[in-house]
Design a protein around this ligand. Structure first.
Ligand code: ADP
Ligand code: MG
Length: 692
């Protein structure tokens, strides 16, 4: 076992209890300690004149005790004033011992370190670190900045500092432990220090760096580590892709009679972008190795038909297809669409979700196992062990951002034929190119960058909540023109319950305000059949207004619905808003999206909603959102597949991503042997994206 992989308990002074506490911080091994960086630093390298202290300043001062007293009033505390000729400052202790009181005699010199606050009698330091010194000339200063580490309950700075110090010493004695696996040439190009230097600098900074630069994350040592970590993630994903391609996969030779017939049966012709992406998929599936392709396309760009075409390729070649959608609603809609499109073809389409029960479910499972079902459309339920395929050849995942990488890979294991199925994943969450390079490094990416013709741009307005009555009147008028509308309720918390309650309340209020409008309600907590019934009513215009939670975010398609009101849009990410808005503007008529915010709105929120008002292009919106909020936010916490880093911060280190993709390629070409070492250093087995 490498010294770095030793459990922390092997270090001196670390018992079971401390080890448990470190574990809470995710620190299990000596190496984990090395990469547990201080979140701030204290400067005890020089003594600050007391007269120069200001409120909020954390500093080392040295002074002689003038007065010491126990204050009985209020909270009992020990007060002690020190001065150094330039000024004086009070020290305050709420907890103190008799011994302390006896030792802190007037005329004693103290070296004190703490944050300066404004107290009752002027500047004061509460519970400072202090030591008694013989005089100002013997003040003890450190040669290095003092690291302050993120802690957990029961763990002290002293304990963690000691542990990390041992880890550092261990590396000093065994320099090969922190060997550089990034070629020296690359480190030189970017003027990065070696890994060992970087680690040393961050834990025990010498005078080559300032506290300010460290705090701002603006030191080469930190960039060096973030760089290596991001690189490891990229290398890992790229390796996954390469390893996956080693497997055999079924070959789908296109039967142009069948696909030609399919295209002619559609009520529209494909856009050029759709044709191009289909071309890329056809080329992938002709190879005897698994396709791993992501189709990125704005809402309404027509990804579903691309999926249908791919499914037809597979079924025509004699293989089964699984299409998985993130919500029941969307899966049901796909089922309806695909059943319609494939009605004239020899494709048996079935549906499976968590709601499928009893005999119907058994029949579907049987059909999948014996191969009579060619295309299964469903939700997460497709992962269940009971689901066995006869010969799964293609896995399609819609709205990929809702699933983790694991889930995507798990379906792949369902192949029974010793080969791996092709994979097609679709997302309507455009992420900026640079981020896509990192996040989707395990996939080939196709982009549908064109909307079907005849779409009217959606007119978007940003409206304060006080104008609710106008908005309600507008719905009345709109419905009078035989058009339909959505009213979307949002909440900050991703609490289904609250969101559903809010939607229920809103629906009631709107029913009172709009007695002539047929209003339906759909939310995530309704039974699938009830939801389906409401959606069907809306689709067939038996309802005029659909009040909904964000469950309609993905996929729902009703061309006559051209007006959408989104309540409290400031609570959602721009990409999510853009997706929601994509529900309207699907038909011939004009369409509107009213963003009804709750005043007051912060400046950033104003700007963000402005971006949405001014653009209908998901990629443009994502880029602007990236500039405004930084990559961490844009990649979003909603994404179950989002990456987690120890050191890299996409907000701070976003500039590195573009370089990384390039360097990753160089490493594969020049030093492939370093790749597993690098990945092993940064990615623990638990956080892996699943084994290939
Ligand atoms: P998304 O990319 O958001 O999944 P969909 O696949 O749901 O978009 O397509 C949106 C709508 O556009 C659907 O009603 C679909 O039938 C229609 N559509 C798709 N491709 C075309 C096309 N080439 N021409 C006209 N309409 C199209
Ligand atoms: Mg879709």
């Amino acid at each position: 076992m490498s010294l770095l992989k030793q459990p922390v308990i092997n270090l001196q002074g670390i018992g079971a209890q401390t080890a448990n506490r470190l574990e809470k911080l995710g620190l299990r091994t000596v190496q984990d300690l090395l990469f547990h960086l201080p979140h701030r630093y204290e400067d005890r390298t020089r003594v600050c004149p007391i007269g120069a202290l200001t409120v909020g300043m954390t500093a080392l001062v040295c002074g002689k005790i003038d007065v010491i007293d126990v204050m009985p009033r209020g909270r009992k505390s020990l007060m002690c004033k020190i001065s150094d000729g330039t000024g004086g400052v009070w020290l305050r202790f709420f907890h103190f011992s008799a011994n302390q009181y006896n030792v802190l005699k007037p005329d004693t010199w103290l070296c004190v370190f703490a944050e300066t606050r404004y107290g009752m009698a002027g500047l004061e330091m509460v519970h400072p670190d202090y030591s008694i010194v013989s005089g100002p000339e013997s003040a003890v200063t450190d040669t290095r900045l003092t690291p302050v580490y993120p802690l957990t309950e029961g763990l002290s700075q002293t304990v963690i500092r000691k542990a990390i110090k041992q880890a550092l010493q261990c590396c000093e004695q065994n320099p090969q432990l922190l060997a550089d696996w990034i070629p020296a040439r690359i480190l030189q190009d970017y003027r990065y220090p070696s890994l060992a230097e970087a680690v040393q600098t961050l834990h025990a900074p010498d005078d080559s760096v300032t506290v300010e630069a460290l705090q701002a994350g603006d030191v080469p040592a930190l960039k060096r580590l973030a760089f290596e970590e991001l690189l490891a993630h990229h290398l890992r994903l790229s390796s996954l892709k390469q390893q996956a391609k080693v497997w055999p996969a079924p070959v789908f030779a296109e039967d142009s009679q069948i696909t030609g017939h399919f295209l002619r049966s559609l009520p529209f012709t494909l856009t050029r972008a759709q044709q191009r992406v289909i071309g890329e998929i056809v080329a992938d599936c002709r190879q005897a190795k698994p396709m791993m392709r992501l189709v990125q396309g704005d809402v309404g760009s027509g990804k579903t038909i691309v999926a249908a075409y791919s499914a037809l390729l597979a079924v025509a070649a004699g293989y089964q297809v699984a299409l998985m959608a993130p919500t029941e609603l969307l899966a049901e809609q796909h089922f309806a669409n695909f059943s319609g499109w494939f009605a004239g073809f020899a494709v048996q389409v079935s549906f499976l979700s968590g709601q499928s029960k009893g005999r119907a479910r058994q029949a579907v499972l049987q059909g999948l196992a014996d191969g009579t079902v060619n295309l299964i459309i469903g939700t997460h339920a497709l992962f269940q062990d009971a689901v066995q395929f006869h010969n799964l050849g293609l896995v399609i995942i819609d709205e990929q951002h809702r699933f983790g990488v694991h889930q995507r890979l798990a379906l792949r294991e369902k192949s029974q034929t010793g080969s791996r199925p092709h994979q097609l994943v679709m997302t309507a969450t455009p992420i900026p190119r640079t981020l896509a390079m990192l996040q989707y490094a395990d996939l080939d990416v196709s982009i549908i960058d064109e909307l079907p013709p005849g779409r009217q741009p959606i007119v978007t307005r940003v409206i304060p909540g006080e104008r609710r009555a106008d908005v309600v009147a507008r719905i009345n008028e709109w419905v009078g023109k035989h058009r339909q509308a959505y009213w979307v309720c949002t909440l900050i918390e991703e609490s289904d319950v609250l969101q559903c309650q809010a939607a229920e309340k809103t629906a009631e209020l709107l029913k009172e305000a709009l007695p002539n409008v047929r209003i339906g309600l759909v939310h995530g907590r309704m039974k699938s059949a009830a939801k389906e019934a409401v959606m069907q009513d809306f689709k067939h215009h038996r309802l005029d207004l659909l009040v909904a939670t964000t469950v309609i975010e993905v996929g729902v398609d009703v061309p006559n619905a051209g007006l959408m009101i989104i309540e409290n849009p400031e609570r959602l990410g721009l990409s999510q808003l853009h997706q929601l808005r994509g529900r309207v503007g699907r038909g011939e008529g004009d369409s509107y999206c009213l963003l009804m915010y709750q005043a007051p709105l912060s400046d950033t929120a104003k700007q963000r909603l402005g971006i949405l008002r001014d653009s209908n292009d998901g990629f443009v919106i994502a880029e602007k959102d990236l500039q405004l909020r930084g990559p961490g936010e844009v990649m979003g916490t909603r994404q179950t597949g989002a990456m987690h880093f120890k050191i890299a911060d996409l907000q701070r280190d976003g500039d590195l991503i573009a370089i990384i993709a390039q360097i990753s390629g160089q490493l594969f070409a020049d030093t492939p042997e370093a790749i597993p070492l690098l990945c092993d250093r940064w990615l623990d087995t638990q956080t892996l994206y699943a084994e290939v």
